[in-house]
Design a protein around this ligand. Structure first.
Ligand code: UDP
Length: 252
């Protein structure tokens, strides 16, 4: 069992990318459909977590909680908790797909993103990782949740396909809350709550260049690419997150 690191009320798994990928491969090779799910908290999720009881409940039942975003990793170092490295959702998917070459036929289902985008992501996956089987793709209407009229249909599509790995890209906290609400009914071995990763796979949105990621500016790239939607979110996070770090420091 890996070390757990508690910060901001969240129990992070102290895993680096290779261990995270190995765990996913192990879970997806088991015969049962437990629907273990993975969440990858970044600064925005950490901030939302403080005031969203449904998100907190979803995190409680997650099988793996990995750190997404340099500021959260830096905070772990500042607080002496030393998480071993970033395991962002957007990096975890390609790393898992690469590693799955050793287990050809891993069955993947893509849920989320705007209409047509998940389909394009599936086409990219088929070209770049031909050893995977993309067995289903669905982009539900914006605002989709467990209470939407489409929910039964979505559940049925996934359960007929029985994926090894379900990518859920509905945005946070919706994706985490949906997977948590559906966990007992979902016939998937593993679900990954991965935000905009389906957009990145499809080429719909561009990821920040490597140098920006290296210096912790991925958020700035995202904000500049969608300023109207994201500026308010990041401004709020920039005010709240440092306070959370200070409180955590003081409560050590
Ligand atoms: N999204 C969705 N349904 C919604 C809201 C968002 O499928 O009701 C998708 C959106 O198209 C994008 C992904 O969720 O592909 C990530 O959205 P967002 O950038 O808000 O989430 P974040 O990655 O910041 O958590």
């Amino acid at each position: 069992m890996d070390r757990k690191v508690r910060m901001f009320g969240i129990d992070f798994d102290a895993v680096a990318m290779p261990q995270a990928v190995a765990r996913l491969l192990q879970w997806s090779a088991e015969p049962d459909y437990h629907c273990r799910y993975v969440v990858t908290p970044n600064v925005d999720h950490v901030v939302k977590f403080q005031s969203d009881a449904a998100l907190r409940a979803a995190y409680q039942d997650a099988a793996m909680v990995t750190v997404d975003g340099k500021p959260v990793l830096w905070a772990s170092h500042l607080l002496g908790k030393n998480l071993p490295g970033l395991v962002t959702g957007s990096d975890l998917c390609p790393a898992l797909f690469d590693a799955a070459k050793a287990k050809p036929g891993l069955r993947v289902f893509l849920l989320g993103a705007a209409e047509g985008v998940a389909q394009r992501a599936a086409e990219t996956i088929a070209k770049r990782w031909p050893w995977l089987e993309v067995i289903g793709v669905f982009s539900p209407p914006m605002g989709f949740s467990a209470l939407s009229p489409e929910n039964a249909k979505v559940l049925d599509m996934i359960n007929r396909a029985k994926p090894d790995v379900l990518l859920v890209g509905l945005g946070a906290p919706k994706q985490e809350i949906w997977v948590h609400a559906m966990q007992q009914q979902l016939q998937a071995k593993v679900a990954l709550c991965i935000g905009a990763t389906i957009d990145f796979l499809a080429g719909e949105k561009a990821r920040a260049p490597r140098w920006m990621r290296a210096v912790g500016l991925e958020w700035l790239h995202r904000m500049l690419s969608e300023p109207k939607r994201l500026a308010g979110r990041y401004w709020h996070d920039a005010k709240v997150f440092p306070k959370l770090v200070v409180n955590e420091w003081l409560s050590r």
